[in-house]
Ligand binder design. Structure first.
Ligand SMILES: Cc1cc2nc3c(=O)[nH]c(=O)nc-3n(C[C@H](O)[C@H](O)[C@H](O)COP(=O)(O)OP(=O)(O)OC[C@H]3O[C@@H](n4cnc5c(N)ncnc54)[C@H](O)[C@@H]3O)c2cc1C
Length: 451
């Protein structure tokens, strides 16, 4: 990657070498525009990061690809990347409200008949609501204002008196997707999460939503896009200021370099936009809108064992429970390795609790939870790694950002509006593929096409 000259003239400056920014830059470059991509980190890919830790290749950030993510599947194809399926033979594990561990196959959810019926009924209802929403304009669906005014937790209480049904439905959207407690986001945001994946039924089906992985890791996508762009991508250059008028903009980096351009694409999460000094200031409604979005919080854990021992016990590795610290866990063994790796997630308030512990106590709490799912062997890993995205300066949370209660109808449209020559976007504002790599690609294409 080249280091920047003091003043450079280009057509478009793209800020952020995540998938959104690199997709936009690729499209603009193909149309003959002079583009530079300025990236704060010393590496490419943002929330995609494949790295080898203690001899194991890990997906520290995003990793899964599902069949509805057609923009991502097209990109994988274009870049010549292969995929492989997540291991899923054998029985799954569920730990219920009574603390009992049960195994089950397929869709036969091991809860009481009443709870199962209630989960099914709310799933149908959520599918119906998701079907009424255009994920590109969630604020326009019938009843949007009412759904945005009430927390998802309260809405669920209005739907059913069955606590275990509520806890499970809440799990799919809260801890598992937005990585916030269900009382912290609206029912409308929950419907958006479902609509953006095609339906709620898609989200609850792990074999659908966590279908495939990319050989060599999902970071191959931004790495290959950046390689094609060559020295148009400049790493280690945080953008600190943008001065703009109707004709164009000057973009400054922390090293004092300046780029003059006609258009700027800020391909960063909405929460990081206010870190940049704008001259003149962004209109107040734009700053307000971004103050009503926040990152969720999740610890992604990789735990590696000499073998995938759960497979010998007839288990798929898929385990979940609203009542466990590790609320979901899967077989994450690489396609070319003999050692077995589990990936687990600790979200929102459980993550708060774990982060207050020492590293040693945190590890013990995680392993104890895995042992509840997979047995005592889970207590003896060869390697243990926690991704802590909340500690990353240029992300500061995971997986993505979402609105507070009422924010989606009040400010949702604003996040997609350009200001003069500046346009904004990331997977956090995607309609289809919201919070996912597929959404990043769709937003990157849209931003480039608008220019
Ligand atoms: C732990 C984890 C697991 C996930 N799992 C999945 C999954 O399985 N499947 C899936 O599809 N998605 C998953 N995601 C979400 C997915 O990774 C993101 O939605 C997607 O990568 C976001 O891409 P982006 O380009 O929009 O944003 P980012 O990747 O955040 O890119 C923004 C870039 O902008 C840079 N930047 C920020 N501010 C500045 C500045 N001032 N100057 C210059 N550069 C700046 C950042 O360094 C970053 O590189 C996961 C995310 C995480 C964190």
């Amino acid at each position: 990657m080249m280091s920047a000259d003091r003043v450079t003239d280009v057509d478009v400056v793209v800020v952020g070498a995540g998938v959104t920014g690199l997709t936009a830059a690729t499209r603009l470059t193909r149309r003959g525009l002079r583009v530079v991509v300025l990236e704060a980190r010393d590496r490419i890919g943002g929330r995609l990061w494949t790295d080898t830790v203690d001899g194991v290749r890990l997906e520290l950030g995003g990793q899964w690809v599902s069949p509805d993510q057609t923009a991502l599947l097209e990109t994988l194809d274009e870049l010549g990347l292969q995929t492989f399926t997540r291991y899923r033979e054998g029985e799954n594990v569920y730990v219920g409200r009574d603390g009992r561990r049960r195994t089950f196959a397929g869709a036969a959810f091991p809860v009481s008949e009443y709870t199962a019926a209630e989960v099914d009924r709310i799933t149908v209802l959520m599918d119906k609501l998701a079907g009424q929403m255009d994920p590109l304009r969630p604020w326009e669906m019938p009843g949007a204002a009412e759904l945005d005014r009430v927390s998802f937790a309260t809405w669920l209480e209005e739907q059913t008196d069955d606590e275990e049904a509520r806890d499970n439905i809440a799990l799919y959207i809260g801890p598992a997707m937005l990585t916030k407690p269900a009382h912290a986001f609206s029912a409308l945001s929950a419907v958006l999460m479902a609509a953006s994946a095609g339906s709620f039924s898609h989200l609850v089906d792990a074999d659908f939503i966590l279908d495939r992985r990319v050989v060599g890791g999902l970071q191959q996508v931004p790495l290959r896009l950046a390689a094609q762009l060559g020295d148009r991508v400049v790493t280690g250059h945080p953008v600190t200021g943008v001065s703009y008028d109707a004709e164009g903009a000057t973009v400054r980096t922390s090293s004092g370099d300046e780029y003059r351009c006609r258009k700027v694409i800020l391909a960063v999460p909405p929460t990081l936009v206010p870190r940049i000094a704008f001259t003149p200031n962004l209109p107040p409604a734009h700053m307000q809108a971004r103050q009503h979005q926040s990152f969720g919080l999740v610890l992604k854990l990789h735990v590696t064992y000499p073998t995938p021992f759960w497979r010998e016990a007839g288990l798929s590795g898929t385990a979940f429970s609203p009542y466990q610290v590790v609320h979901e866990s899967y077989d994450n063994t690489n396609h070319d390795e003999n050692r077995g790796t589990l990936v687990g997630f600790v979200s929102d308030e459980n993550a708060d609790r774990l982060l207050a512990l020492s590293a040693e106590d945190r590890r013990a709490a995680v392993l104890a939870s895995l042992a509840t799912y997979y047995g005592e062997q889970a207590l003896q890993p060869e390697a243990y790694y926690e991704s802590q995205w909340m500690a990353e300066e240029w992300t500061a949370g995971a997986y993505a950002t979402s609105f507070d209660i009422g924010g989606l109808t009040r400010y949702g449209a604003r996040l997609q509006e350009p200001v003069g020559p500046i346009s904004f976007g990331s997977s956090d504002v995607a309609g289809l593929g919201f919070q996912h790599v597929d959404g990043a690609i769709r937003v990157g294409r849209m931003l480039a096409d608008a220019i």
